[in-house]
Each structure stands twice: as C-alpha cells, then as structure tokens.
Design a protein around this ligand. Structure first.
Ligand code: ADE
Length: 413
C-alpha cells in the first residue's frame, strides 16, 4: 500500500538512490551486517522522515535487517517524488509527495500509524505526538522510537517533563557523530545551497544575518562567510553569542541587524524570530529563509496579512509588498535546504542514518524505560569508526602505557 505522486518516476528515483549509495559506504557496511544478522526480523517500523534519496538508503538498510518499513514524509515540501516512487515500486509502504497540504500531511502520517508500528523513527516528533494524542491504544505494542532532529528532541523532553512520554525514544540527534557532521557541516552546506537554488544571488559582498548560533547556525555562518558574505549573528543565549563574537562575527540585537541585512537565515527552532516589527524595519529587497525544522520561525501569516501584494517570482521564491517595500521569502518559510534543494549531502546522512539504524537495533535488543535516551558512547564511537574505515582513514591506538597514564592520578609534574 502506498500513496505517492507518480509511480512512473520510479526509474529516475532508483538512479538517485544509487547515486546516494556511492557516498554512504558507512551505512552500507551496517546494511551488510544487518542482512547477515537480521536484528529487526519480524518488526514493523513506522517512519516519518524527509523522503529523500538518503532516507531511501536507510529504509533499504532496515529492510535488509528484516524490518517491514512504512514511511511518511515529515515535511509537506521535502519529498523527492521520484525517490518516493522508487520506494513504493519495491514494496515499501510509502506515503508522501512534494507540496502536501496540512490535511494530506496528517493523512499520510496516519497511514503509517495504521500499520501498528513496533518502532517509530521520527524527524520533528509529529509521529510520536500524533500517537500519544490520538492513538494511545498502540503504545503497549511499541518497543520504542528514535528522533532525528533538535526540534524533535526539545518536544520529547517537554513530553518527558510533563510525564506524557509513554515509550522510550532514543535521541539520535544527540550523537556526537550526528550533531557535528549533520547539524554543522550538513546544514552549513545545504541551507546555503537552498538559498542559492531559490535565488541564484551572489553571496559575496552581501550582509548575511544568521539568526541563532547553535550547531546549525554555526555551520550556516561559516559557509556564508566562506562565500564572501559579511556575517552578523543574532542570539538570545549569552554563551552562544560569546562564541559567535569570538569566532569573528558581529553580534547585535535583531532590531539593529534589520537595518543592515540583505539575507536572513533563521536557525533557532523557535517561533516568530522574524516578526512584523522586524519586517517593517528591513531594507527593500531583503531575502528571508528558514533552516529550522518548522515553518514558524518567520511570521509568514503576519507578513501575508499585512502585505498589499504577493507574487511568485520563481519556484521557491515569493515576493511580498509591504508599505511599498519588497521582501522575498524562500520556500514558503519551510526548511530551505530540503524544500529548495536536496537536503544534506549523502555523505552527511550516511552518519546520521548509521545512528538511526543502530538505534533501531539497540531498541530491538534492549528494554528501555519510557524516557528520552541517548545511545551509549561506544555505539557513537563505532559510527565514527565505520565512517573512517569507509573513507579509508586509519588512526593510532593508545599504547598500554598511555592508557594506564590516562586512568591514573598519581603521576604529576
Ligand atoms: N535532513 C536533512 N537532510 C536530509 C536528507 N538529505 N535526507 C533526509 N533527511 C534530511
């Protein structure tokens, strides 16, 4: 059972999946072992992830491990329709297409929930929250879940705090190998890629405002600077602001940054960080993009209501006229890297999805309490080891003397 845009796109999707596999050797190593050991045999996995060529490589890895996989998209604009078709064509129950409305989005999520999953794999926590709010009867048969992204982990911790979380969830996002490679290098490259594909503007010489200096914001700032933009960071957290300043960026409140910004990229995970007060003070021609999980960072509803005109300039770029001034919004304020581009490069997702596959295996082999968990450090280190091996990189090992020294306290000056 599947619901995708057009099954005839399947051949193109298969070529894209094969192209992704070339950069995902670490995940293919896990697939090889899974095919032998069948750790997920007999388990139904319900997933809500971005339906991309990289996700397809994960899905086929879980299937190789014995799982029956059901997949819905976790964002209305991020599905690669040819990939969805290729997955549906090989019997993966796939539900999603690019450009779903809210109702279709939840219908597709519920098609996955109807499979009565034993394990949930989520990106943003919509799947887990929908199960907890509307399908509580399924919870006793759920072994556990995994969560891919910072926003999802924040929601899960809020559920845990409210004692509302009823099954264990592993925060794959918190793996070192995920946080560094995906959030920093991945978002750094793919968000800039999305802004460029949506606008094709030159970044050199522009003033680029990075809103939020977490791991993702750091990556975006680094790459914008690398392309010649002058980067200004806005923050609310003192430590992050200090780090941005010491990394060489100008740091100031948004009320001041709006006087200078040519391009804005929000990466905070919070609501309305660009709002009506900011729009009113922005320069004519400013470009606004969001690289946070949900489309709430830019107050688009407010901007739409206050604008005298709106027109689509080109795919993923809308012009709003506000008091005679023009503002340009990329990808309807949704994740610019996945809506206007193809998300993080395959090599990045290889590591993130090693985390997902190993977390699913960990859930299958260990009984955990209903709380937010992280994978043991040894599993995270294993992911780094597999990735290094796949890249052909060798490293040193500690000698017995060095190990002993690190474990002792007596030896000083
Ligand atoms: N999140 C960010 N980039 C992604 C990709 N390429 N595939 C799936 N999820 C993603």
């Amino acid at each position: 059972m599947s619901n995708v845009k057009d099954l005839k796109l399947s051949a193109s999707g298969r070529l894209n999946i094969e192209w992704a596999e070339k950069e995902m050797s670490a995940l293919l190593e896990v697939r090889k072992r899974f095919a032998k050991e069948q750790p997920l045999k007999g388990l139904r996995i319900g997933m809500a992830l971005h339906i991309t060529k990289e996700t397809a490589v994960l899905v086929e890895t879980l299937k190789a491990g014995g799982a029956d996989v059901w997949l819905a998209s976790c964002n209305p604009l991020s599905t690669q329709d040819d990939v969805a078709a290729a997955l549906a064509d090989t019997g993966i129950h796939t539900f999603g297409w690019k450009g779903q409305n809210k109702e279709e989005y939840y219908q597709n999520l519920n098609a996955v929930i109807a499979s009565r999953p034993h394990i949930t794999i989520d990106d943003g926590c919509d799947l887990v929250s929908e199960i907890h709010l509307k399908h509580k009867e399924l919870i006793p048969s759920i072994i556990g879940g995994t969560e891919e992204t910072t926003t999802g982990v924040i929601r899960l911790r809020a559920m845990e705090h409210d004692k509302a979380l009823k099954y264990p969830v592993i925060a794959v996002n918190d793996n070192k190998t995920k946080h560094l490679v995906d959030n920093y290098y991945g978002t750094g490259q793919s968000a800039i890629d999305g802004i460029i594909r949506a606008t094709n503007i030159l970044l050199a010489g522009k003033t680029f405002i990075v809103v939020g200096y977490g791991s993702c914001g750091k990556g975006v700032a680094l790459r914008a600077k690398g392309l010649g933009a002058e980067v200004i960071v806005t923050e609310t957290h003192p430590f992050s602001a200090l780090q941005a300043k010491l990394d060489g960026y100008r740091v100031m409140p948004m009320a001041e940054a709006v006087k200078e910004g040519d391009i804005y990229c929000t990466v905070t995970g919070d609501k309305h960080v660009l709002n009506m007060t900011h729009f009113a003070a922005m320069k004519d021609g400013a470009i606004l993009a969001n690289a946070g999980h949900f489309d709430i960072e830019i107050d688009l509803a407010g901007l739409t209501k206050a604008s005298s005109a709106k027109r689509r300039i080109r795919p993923f770029l809308d012009e709003f006229t506000l008091n005679g001034k023009r503002l340009y919004v990329c990808a309807e304020g949704r994740l610019v890297n996945l809506a206007a581009a193809e998300g993080h490069p395959s090599a990045v997702m290889s590591l993130s999805f090693c985390g997902q596959a190993l977390a699913a295996e960990y859930l299958a082999k260990n009984k955990l309490s209903p709380a937010v968990h992280t994978l043991p450090v040894a599993v995270d280190d294993d992911i780094a080891r597999i990735a290094l091996k796949a890249m052909g990189v060798r490293i040193d090992t500690l000698t017995a003397e060095q190990k002993k020294y690190l474990d002792s306290w007596e030896e000083g000056t």
